[in-house]
Ligand binder design. Structure first.
Ligand SMILES: *[C@@H]1O[C@H](CO)[C@@H](O)[C@H](O)[C@H]1NC(C)=O
Ligand SMILES: *[C@@H]1O[C@H](CO)[C@@H](O)[C@H](O)[C@H]1NC(C)=O
Ligand SMILES: *[C@@H]1O[C@H](CO)[C@@H](O)[C@H](O)[C@H]1NC(C)=O
Length: 246
């Protein structure tokens, strides 16, 4: 009895890999139901094994790949790292390995497929009155926060504290907002001081010019007198008798 059972078991065990679902770890079951040797990475089945002839394989055509030993008749299409999906090719597709896409700069992934990003979009840009709390990464968007009261951000980059006009010895003449600084104006005393000094400078210049003109006038007058004297001298010089008399 035991011998019979054992031999039945043995027969069942020996025929198992050849029938039913179970082929060996590097075999596949052909359409005809035979366990055939698999094709290696980078290739697929050209024709199944049958009887004495083994499986024949063929390489994957361009644009397709096969990354595992297989009994398949078609290669997988390569991933397309489309720019309009916010991606670029980090590593090109080979017959043995799919392309590896990466997220473009200033983009973050919003959709994964097979643990790889399949769609990325541009990071948010912070608005005026806000600043970046956290810079975006390949996986996360930029986080923006509103400026705290008393701070402003004209372009959404940094919140800057309003100028303290009194600290620079000026007075505040315009209110600040989340998007613009306060307006400071020099104190009126200083403004009058400025007006005074400008007026004084103008006065000095006018004085200088007029005094110059005045001295020019005087010079001209003196010259005129001198010329008269000279002409008289010339007349006197022209009379030799006078010199002789002296
Ligand atoms: C914004 O502020 C950060 C630190 O607070 C500084 O590192 C960065 O240079 C500033 N950027 C601009 C554009 O001012
Ligand atoms: C502005 O500066 C003045 C003098 O430096 C100081 O007393 C005052 O507290 C400051 N005000 C603010 C709002 O920082
Ligand atoms: C500035 O703000 C103060 C109070 O915050 C207000 O009383 C004043 O009218 C404002 N000035 C202008 C020019 O808006």
């Amino acid at each position: 009895m035991t011998i019979v059972r054992t031999s039945i078991l043995l027969v069942v065990f020996c025929t198992l890999p050849r029938s039913g679902n179970a082929c060996g770890p590097s075999e596949y079951k052909s359409a005809a139901g035979e366990c055939c040797p698999m094709c290696s990475v980078g290739s697929i089945v050209r024709s199944d094994c049958s009887g004495d002839s083994s499986t024949t394989c063929k390489p994957c055509p361009p644009g397709t790949f096969m990354n595992e030993p297989n009994g398949l008749y078609k290669c997988f299409p390569c991933r397309n790292c489309a720019e309009d999906q916010g991606l670029y090719i980090q590593s090109k597709c080979t017959t043995m390995q799919d392309s590896i896409c990466d997220v473009l700069n200033d983009h973050y992934c919003i959709e994964l497929s097979n643990q790889q990003c399949s769609h990325a979009v541009r990071h948010s840009i912070c608005k005026a009155g806000q600043e970046t709390k956290t810079q975006g990464t390949k996986n996360t968007d930029t986080v923006c926060v509103d400026c705290a009261p008393g701070f402003y951000s004209p372009s959404g980059i940094n919140c800057t504290k309003w100028t303290n006009c009194s600290a620079i010895n000026e007075i505040q003449t315009g209110n600040g907002s989340f998007v613009k600084d306060v307006t400071c104006t020099p104190k009126s005393r200083e403004r009058y001081g400025l007006i005074c000094s400008v007026t004084l400078s103008v006065a000095v210049i006018i004085l200088f010019i007029s005094s110059n003109l005045f001295s020019k006038c005087r010079e001209n007058l003196t010259n005129a007198v001198q010329e008269t004297v000279d002409s008289n001298m010339t007349i006197s010089n022209s009379t030799p008798e006078e010199i002789n008399e002296q």
